[in-house]
Design a protein around this ligand. Structure first.
Ligand code: DGJ
Length: 382
């Protein structure tokens, strides 16, 4: 009996001590320099985060001082608390001595995302690839794989998406309509007639044989571990959502178009505990910020409904100066999501900054307010 009360006292003392010595969460200050464990600003732009076995892994584009092309490759940083970041280095470096490689230094490697495949126990990275010296014409997706979250990732291939396949939800009437669309009639872009043709799938048809274009992109793993690739397609005019194979290394051929002719980039998706899928995107204005858009759907396949801009307050019309890149579900907390965005600095790309803000909800609808600084215990106070 006496022994029991001594050990109980011990446990209480231990808990008290841990509570007193536990560091309070650190502040998250969007737009500032974010030093890593070496005191250098985190260089992981257009990024996304994987939570695996108690650690967060942040993957992103390494930006150099003078060009937005890839001079180093895809970076990874690790953290237990989302505020102290260890530089794990370039986990998919560019290739230096082989000009035939897709990922030769000087190519474009954007918006990398990594997901973990429970069946194969592999970490799978997809990113937007543009071939060196070809501007943004290639519009390909590239895939790489690793046994460890900190790499090295083995580059597999780059490609356009689902060649020869039409969206699975396109009905017979829509397919028949597509057959009648004559590209010759729509040489002039941006006219109401052209928009209507884009809406009907003019560019899906144009790219049918070679595969659909894919630029800004996102990955999403659902509760049933099925994974989806969401990307700006059809010359950035229409988003597409495509299912990945069980090993996450290829596409299955099942895809839908989303917001046709809506001109969306930078898709960031999350799923609330009530089963609703939310997506925040941007418009298409190059490196300049614009007004965020938001959509919701009861299923990944839609129907997707557009809502007003989720950002509120000063500079909400330009997403506080940023462009969405990812929505991070905070581990262990219900419906706690961080909106992640990039403040691009195209004249000095490595000085691009990060916006991380908590997503709040009003009547179940997400909204985002600017905060000069906040801490993760914001989610406990909700
Ligand atoms: C906006 C995209 O979201 C970025 O990832 C990048 O591709 C720039 N456009 C290039 O202008």
């Amino acid at each position: 009996m006496r022994l029991r009360s001594i050990s109980l006292l011990g446990v209480l003392c231990f808990l008290l001590l841990t509570a007193c010595t536990a560091e309070p969460p650190k502040e998250i200050c969007s737009g500032e320099i974010w030093p890593d464990n070496q005191g250098v600003h985190v260089n992981a732009h257009g990024g996304g985060i994987l939570y695996h076995d108690g650690t967060y892994y942040w993957y992103g584009e390494n930006k150099s001082d003078s060009t937005s092309s890839a001079m180093v490759g895809i970076m990874c940083y690790s953290s237990k608390n989302l505020t102290d970041w260890n530089n794990e280095g370039a986990v998919l470096p560019v290739v230096l001595n082989d000009s035939t490689s897709d990922i030769v230094q000087g190519c474009v490697m954007e918006r990398p995302k990594v997901i973990y495949n429970e069946k194969t126990e592999k970490f799978v990275m997809w990113f937007h690839l543009e071939l060196k010296g070809k501007g943004y014409a290639a519009a390909r997706s590239a895939v790489a794989v690793s046994d460890s979250p900190t790499g090295p990732f083995k580059y597999i291939r780059s490609e356009r998406i689902n060649p020869g396949v039409l969206p699975f939800d396109m009905n017979e009437t829509q397919r028949a309509m597509l057959d009648t669309l004559d590209a010759e009639k729509y040489k002039e872009w941006w006219t109401p007639m052209w928009y209507e043709a884009i809406h009907k799938g003019l560019f899906v048809k144009r790219d049918l044989q070679g595969g659909q274009m894919a630029r800004d992109m996102q990955l999403f793993v659902d509760e049933d571990v099925k994974a989806y690739h969401i990307y700006s397609s059809e010359d950035n005019l229409t988003l597409q959502i495509a299912e990945l194979s069980d090993d996450y290394l290829t596409h299955t051929g099942k895809y839908v178009r989303m917001a046709p002719a809506g001109h969306n980039e930078a898709p960031a998706i999350f799923k609330k505990s009530d089963g609703t899928y939310w997506m925040i995107t941007s418009g298409c204005t190059g490196w300049d910020p614009n007004e965020a858009r938001m959509f919701s759907a009861p299923s990944i396949w839609g129907p997707w409904t557009q809502h007003p801009n989720p950002c509120r307050g000063k500079k909400s019309e330009i997403t506080f100066g940023g462009q969405s890149t990812y929505v991070l579900p905070v581990s262990g907390k219900k419906d706690a999501f961080i909106f992640m965005a990039d403040i691009w600095r195209p004249k000095h790309p490595s000085d691009a900054r990060y916006i991380w803000l908590p997503i709040q909800f009003e009547n179940g609808v997400p909204y985002i307010e600017w905060m000069d600084s906040w801490t993760l215990d914001f989610f406990d106070k909700k």
